[in-house]
Write a protein that binds this ligand. Structure first.
Ligand code: ATP
Ligand code: MG
Length: 331
């Protein structure tokens, strides 16, 4: 199919991220409602074509747990990706609207994300790389699907905005830039953080302590002298950075818009040194246990998405008769 901007009528803005913006559009020739993501890219034309080829993988993704893709095209200077529209939006917006989510809902998110990750990895040998509530979408059918997975290495490298690579959802091994230990298990860490966030109704890592004790501590640690070179690991997303700077004035921006080195080390310190977040007590023991497994600091101790599908919490969720469609129509 030949998708082009001239055939697409904008119906609404759905949101904006670091990489670009998403609109609800109607494909006029067919009447199909779609979500169109526009990503501003900084790349030569050969690279742009390579990106489009890589995005073709998205067409081949056929899973109930993965957003389907109608096609992608160039609209200079953007690359546009037209995907399935999910009328209930993403889970960050949902918990901000309805508050902390119940175990039944969080359980279905866990099941769906694990199914999606297993599909991407087993069928296409790709990792997601950006698991977080804003990339987990919901519709009034009660379906839960993943979007924004890392199909295109070239696209990741060419996003014009400097704030690429996610931040606070990154696993310890990824934020430390240890390339070898960076695997599908990093997605499992990000899932664990996301599940706790949905259960708490807020981002799980606590604010850095306000006194400077911990910071002097940090300066003595060998890591603090390390120069951040691993781009993917040390650049925070704009939104996260803004959110954090609102919470804590100590976080400062360099002229190039990155967080100051100290702020980056504060974040690394939290993810690497502080105890991992845990599921709240009100959750079933099975849920607490699954999240504990997701949030082992050592990736070797974490399990793969596929083996987590056999976890007792997931079994409970599969056997539950919770009516997710009814829940979807409740807000
Ligand atoms: P980041 O850029 O850090 O990944 P993000 O995921 O919030 O952040 P985008 O991927 O640009 O940014 O998405 C913006 C918003 O658009 C999302 O929060 C989501 O709510 C909405 N959205 C994205 N895709 C769809 C879709 N297929 N259907 C409905 N809403 C969508
Ligand atoms: Mg997204």
């Amino acid at each position: 199919k030949d998708l082009k901007n001239a055939d697409l009528k904008k119906l609404a803005d759905l949101g904006q991220g670091n990489g670009g913006s998403v609109e609800k559009v109607e494909h006029l020739p067919t009447g199909t409602i779609m979500a169109k993501k526009s990503v501003l890219i900084d790349a030569k034309s050969a690279v742009r074509k390579q990106i489009l080829r890589e995005l073709d993988i998205m067409h081949e993704c056929q899973s109930d747990f993965i957003i389907s893709c109608f096609g992608s095209f160039l609209a200079e200077p953007n690359i546009c990706i037209c995907m399935e529209f999910m009328d209930k939006g993403s889970f960050d917006g949902i918990y901000k609207q309805v508050g902390p989510l119940d175990a039944e809902v969080v359980g279905l998110v866990a099941l769906s994300v694990l199914e999606g990750l297993t599909y991407l990895y087993d069928e296409h040998r790709i990792m997601h790389r950006d698991i977080k509530p804003s990339n987990i979408l919901f519709n009034s059918e009660g379906q839960i699907k993943l979007c924004d997975f890392g199909v295109s290495g070239e696209l990741i490298n060419s996003v014009a905005n400097t704030f690429v690579g996610t931040s606070v959802y990154m696993s310890p091994e990824r934020i430390q830039g240890s390339g070898s230990g960076y695997s599908v298990k990093s997605d499992v860490w990000s899932l664990g953080i996301s599940l706790v966030e949905l259960a708490l109704g807020s981002f799980p890592f606590t604010d850095p302590p306000d006194d400077d004790d911990d910071l002097s501590d940090l300066e003595d640690s060998p890591d603090a002298t390390r120069t951040p070179t691993h781009r993917d690991s040390f650049i925070l997303t704009q939104k996260t950075a803004k959110r954090q700077s609102r919470r804590k004035s100590k976080l400062a921006f360099n002229p190039d818009g990155q967080l100051s080195t100290m702020s980056i080390f504060e974040l690394i310190h939290q993810i690497v040194q502080e105890p991992s977040p845990r599921m709240p007590e009100r959750f079933p023991q099975e849920a607490v246990d699954l999240v504990d497994i997701c949030l082992f600091k050592d990736p070797e101790q974490r399990q793969t998405p596929k083996s987590l599908l056999d976890h007792s919490w997931i079994t409970l969720v599969r056997e539950s008769d919770f009516d997710i469609r009814a829940w979807a129509s409740s807000f």
